[in-house]
Write a protein of this length. Structure first.
Length: 104
């Protein structure tokens, strides 16, 4: 099974929540995941980079979209916008950190 970067973040966060240790995933770990997803290394994750990562685990995306009664495309846009707090079409490392902290 291939895990995408988002799944890694939330798996670690969930593990931290169960163990009572919200600091289980560090900002530097999230920045490393951001860097992996930022394939053109411009410092941001744009929607095409997000889609490439999201599409690497399409079965989970389809399942999550179905659970939310959304199309895959609607779900992916919604999911991207959860992290893109200022709606500029780019996810910064800090926005990804903030998303991870909100989801805990």
């Amino acid at each position: 099974m291939k895990l995408n970067s988002k799944k890694i973040i939330f798996s670690v966060l969930l593990l931290g929540a169960f163990s009572g240790c919200s600091a289980l995933i560090s900002d530097s770990m999230i920045k490393g995941i951001h860097q992996k997803m930022d394939t053109n290394q411009d410092g941001y994750i744009d929607y095409s980079e997000y889609l490439a990562d999201s599409n690497s685990n399409m079965e989970d995306v389809k399942s999550e979209a179905k659970d939310r009664e959304m199309s895959v495309e609607e779900y992916q846009k919604w999911d991207f916008n959860r992290a893109d707090a200022n709606r500029d079409g780019k996810i910064t490392p800090q926005e990804l950190i903030d998303l991870a902290r909100r989801e805990l």
